[in-house]
Write a protein that binds this ligand. Structure first.
Ligand code: SAM
Length: 290
């Protein structure tokens, strides 16, 4: 297939397939030729590696992944793109597309069926409207993969890669840091897309090859505490956990004391291990399903 970042090639595909970009599906396609090869290099594809891609669009990133990986499975919701991909990806026999909503796909089964004996990675230019749900699904499912390399909006990248315990951190920062080691790789200007979105983007990589980065007795409780702590981020964690989880203030006070956390601390000041200790204390004190 001709260069898929070339405007004339894209216009030709648009007109021959009667395709128009859907804003609702986050369809901003990459036209900057340097971005996809860089993403493919950074994401760790090689022979012996299987890639899950979310939202191939016309296949511009898919093409770079197929050149390097043993197998690429792309999940695309938009049925109108099936005939386009059949044309643009015809030269790659290591490519397969699944026409489904990524949030409904059983990714464990997909990896088991498709990537036998291969290492797995996820690489995608994500549709912005489901950035966090897709990332959390991949992390929470604890897939047997090495890394997740994705393009997201710049603000989301900053939030996802913020340091836990700083003002930029939030519940999603803590969640992502619990499961992975996040790194911001490079920025991508809005002019690199067609149509151009209003904001710039960035490529991030989440290394998921290790164990969770905090030890806790019950993950569900850990995430409940994190969510409640950040639900009213201007308040102290004492107040936000108490009201967010419906636990008496005296009990939360006890949990904070057990954990060595100041009663006046706010969520953005806590480390991963602090959240884990607070969750363990609440859990052990009998609030097993608070
Ligand atoms: N990979 C292409 C590129 O870089 O030019 C397209 C990226 S575009 C930002 C996002 C893609 O995700 C679109 O092709 C869109 O149709 C697809 N998409 C949107 N929602 C989806 C969903 N729930 N499941 C799978 N794909 C989805």
């Amino acid at each position: 297939m001709e260069n898929l970042t070339n405007i004339l090639t894209i216009k030709d595909l648009l007109s021959r397939h009667g395709f128009s970009f859907s804003k609702a599906l986050g369809q901003n396609f990459l036209i900057n030729p340097s971005v996809c090869p860089r993403m493919a290099e950074f994401c760790g594809v090689d022979s012996g590696v299987g890639v899950i891609e979310v939202g191939p669009g016309f296949g511009v990133l898919t093409h770079e992944l197929c050149k390097r990986a043993d197998k690429v499975i792309s999940i695309e919701l938009d049925k109108r793109l099936m005939p386009v991909l059949a044309e643009t990806m015809a030269e790659h026999d290591n490519f397969k597309v699944i026409n489904e909503d990524v949030l409904k796909v059983d990714l464990h089964k997909l990896i088991e069926d498709e990537f036998k004996g291969m290492k797995g990675v996820v690489c995608a230019n994500l549709p912005y409207y489901i950035t966090y749900p897709v990332i959390m699904k991949v992390l929470e499912d604890k897939l047997p993969i090495e890394a997740i390399t994705v393009m997201v909006q710049k603000e989301a990248a900053q939030r996802l890669c913020a340091k836990v315990g700083t003002r930029d951190s939030s519940a999603i920062t803590v969640a992502v840091n619990y499961y992975s080691e996040p790194n911001l790789l490079f920025h991508v200007s809005s002019g690199s897309f067609m149509p151009a979105p209003k904001v710039d983007s960035a490529v991030i990589k989440l290394d998921v090859s290790g164990e969770p980065r905090a030890k806790c007795k019950n993950e569900k409780m850990f995430f409940k505490v994190v969510k409640a702590a950040f639900s009213q981020r201007r308040k102290t964690v004492l107040n936000s956990i108490s009201s967010g989880m419906g636990i008496a203030k005296a009990d939360v006070e006890q949990a904070l004391n057990d954990s060595g956390v100041s009663l006046t601390a706010r969520a953005e000041q806590l480390e991963l291990s602090d959240f884990a200790k607070i969750a363990d204390s609440i859990y052990e004190r009998g609030n097993k399903d608070a």
